[in-house]
Design a protein around this ligand. Structure first.
Ligand SMILES: Cc1ncc(COP(=O)(O)O)c(C=O)c1O
Ligand SMILES: Nc1c(O)cccc1C(=O)C[C@H](N)C(=O)O
Length: 431
């Protein structure tokens, strides 16, 4: 199966519906040609890659940037590179580059470490900014690491964890206020990793503020795919990873955002020496640096930061609003193709554009087998417990033609019963 460039042969299904969809795919790809950034990525020709919400594709230029960082900066220039190649400033420089994609003015984002660590740090910062409050509100459907970290920090600072579906958060906040409870922070994911549900970040941020709480957002599944506009919406704290829609590579550095109004008061729970105002004074007492640098920790993963920095150039000249418009068109079309070719498909992701992130999920009792059979046919998605076939749509490098190919392959897998193959009876470690 070849998909690049997807021509009429690949698209032809031999059915009336298929022909109509094929013609539509061609028309939509023409209409969205300005945001087709496939040439900025190094993707295998024979794969429809629908897992960029787990691990983004490799952007052109990253391998060269890493080679230069290793051979020239590390290999030749050695320790001087901290100064001469800007290694020291990389966490805040890359943080600012991420900030451009999530609507944060410079000086509020720092990159490095993992989402897990950054969330831990952000929740502790919230605790220090809201002394006397003793509740954290979060979504029971959050990604597991978020639940574990939230419970862990709650134990450390003496909070109660109140679980509420994001739709129910305003009512939960009202109930808590009515019983005299003070909420420190509402901590939510912008897009649900399993369902692709996009939550109302502006409205829920306002609801948190109205209750006297801070709003903390996990942007793992929205940064680089959905406009976030952190500053415009008055978000207090945010975290996210670098390896999904930001395409920074496996284990790419994560990031933390603290709004400028909070930064002078933010306490860093892991105040390593890179967060010191004068690190090379080697002073025995910690004195926080100004700005986002106070959220640095210890020595950053320089090679990974430079890889992420090069990866972010894939977005150069393309506003995230344009990426979103392409993503909506792709997910809308994918949904329509699946509905047409797989009658009765049970969608888990919302139909409504305003409520859908950048993925389409379908429930199936043999979802794991369906995903494996799709992968065997060159359509790479992933399986999420308990029964979700998750198709992530990283708009910059995908086409409408590929959406149709994915739907056709899904229909073919189900028609042939390939999902029931014995090969899929043992699950891989990473699903
Ligand atoms: C919403 C969300 N938060 C956090 C994580 C993971 O955190 P970490 O990057 O520390 O593994 C993921 C994905 O792995 C995620 O989807
Ligand atoms: N972070 C991951 C990892 O370390 C290994 C395998 C997958 C991942 C992922 O990113 C999974 C992803 N957060 C998800 O939404 O399912």
């Amino acid at each position: 199966m070849s998909t690049a460039p997807p021509g009429p042969d690949v698209l032809h299904t031999g059915s009336g519906t298929g022909d109509t969809l094929a013609a539509e795919a061609v028309a939509l790809d023409l209409a969205h040609a300005a945001t087709d950034l496939r040439r900025r990525f190094d993707l295998p020709e024979d794969v429809v890659y629908l897992d960029g919400n787990s691990l983004g594709a490799l952007p052109v230029g990253v391998a060269e940037a890493v080679t230069d960082a290793v051979r020239v900066q590390w290999g030749r220039d050695l320790v001087a590179s901290w100064n001469t190649h800007g290694w020291w400033e990389a966490p805040t420089r890359v943080g600012d580059a991420i900030g451009r994609l999530v609507g944060a003015a410079p000086g509020q984002v720092v990159a490095g470490d993992s989402t897990t660590v950054r969330l831990h740090q952000a929740l502790h910062a919230a605790a220090a900014l809201r002394p006397g409050a003793d509740v954290v509100v979060t979504d029971p459907g959050s990604f597991p690491t978020d639940l574990y970290v939230t419970r862990g920090v709650a134990d450390q600072v003496g909070w109660d964890v109140v679980l509420a579906d994001p739709d129910e958060v305003p009512r939960t906040l009202a109930d808590l206020a009515a019983t005299g409870r003070r909420v420190a922070v509402v901590s939510l994911s912008h897009v649900d990793y399993r369902t692709g549900r996009l939550w109302d970040l502006p409205g829920l941020t306002r609801a948190a503020h109205d209750a006297g709480a801070l709003a903390l957002w996990d942007l793992c599944h929205s940064a680089g795919a959905v406009p976030v506009d952190l500053d415009d919406h008055g978000v207090d704290l945010a975290v996210g990873c670098g390896y999904k829609y930001l395409n920074g590579g496996p284990g790419a550095p994560a990031y933390v955002y603290a709004a400028a109004r909070h930064l002078p008061h933010v306490r860093n729970v892991v105040p390593g020496w890179h967060s010191h105002a004068r690190p090379f004074a080697m002073a025995p007492d910690h004195e926080p640096a100004d700005g986002a640098a106070r959220l640095r920790i210890g020595t950053p993963p320089v090679l990974s930061l430079l890889a992420l920095e090069a990866a972010l150039r894939a977005f150069d000249g393309v506003p995230v609003e344009a990426v979103r418009a392409r993503s909506l068109s792709l997910t809308r079309f994918l949904r329509r193709c699946v509905a047409a070719l797989v009658p009765g498909a049970a969608f888990v992701s919302p139909d409504d554009d305003d409520r859908r992130g950048s993925q389409v999920g379908v429930r199936h009792p043999d979802a794991y087998g369906v995903v494996q059979a799709l992968v065997a046919r060159g359509v790479v998605g992933d399986f999420r417990e308990p029964d979700v076939v998750r198709l992530g749509v990283a708009a910059p490098y995908l086409t409408h033609a590929e959406m149709l190919v994915a739907a056709r392959e899904l229909a073919a897998v189900l028609a042939a019963g390939e999902h029931l193959d014995e090969r899929w009876s043992r699950r891989a470690t990473v699903t």
